[in-house]
Design a protein around this ligand. Structure first.
Ligand SMILES: [Zn+2]
Length: 169
């Protein structure tokens, strides 16, 4: 089953697959930062060179482009209508490599979290999912300031987005 991408959509796909430090990566990083996680980038000593590593929680995050890494059921995981067999072989290798990387990390005691790039299009849902998937932050201060989250973003490790103004009682 193949499909025919519009030039715009193809460009969007291709723009997602550049090397490191792309827009999506920055978006993920600032989201993690807002959630209060401290992280390191590109631990090259780890299998698969995870995009982001939370050393304290022994958690490795991969930001996977839906096209290359074949996000199951995702509308961006298209297959080009030309050279289809070549693409399929390439995709298969990528998926197999991803599985091997996950197995190696898990065998070494790491938690592996895969973020699909399309999820960045709904930041609120992704933030909620991350808060669910990632280990809890240890001992958040009980009265983190609810206001000024944006201003505090650069220095406060423990603020929690989504709670501003939502405090009951
Ligand atoms: Zn996707």
């Amino acid at each position: 089953m193949t499909d025919h991408l519009t030039p715009d959509r193809r460009r969007w796909n291709m723009s997602r697959i550049r090397a490191r430090d792309t827009g999506p990566e920055k978006a993920l990083r600032s989201m993690l930062h807002r959630l209060g996680y401290r992280f390191r980038l590109y631990r090259r000593d780890l299998p698969g060179t995870p995009d982001v590593v939370l050393p304290r929680y022994r958690t490795a995050l991969f930001l996977h482009g839906c096209f290359w890494h074949r996000h199951p059921g995702c509308r961006y995981a298209t297959t080009p209508g030309t050279r289809t067999a070549w693409w399929q072989a390439k995709f298969e290798r990528t998926v197999q490599r991803d599985e091997a990387v996950r197995a190696a990390l898990e065998a070494a005691g790491w938690r592996v979290v895969v973020i699909w790039e399309c999820a960045l299009r709904d930041p609120a849902a992704l933030a909620a999912r991350l808060a669910e998937a990632l280990p809890r932050l240890a001992d958040p201060p009980p009265d983190a300031p609810a206001a000024g989250l944006a201003a505090a973003e650069d220095k406060a490790p423990y603020t929690t987005p989504g709670r501003a103004g939502g405090r009951e009682s």
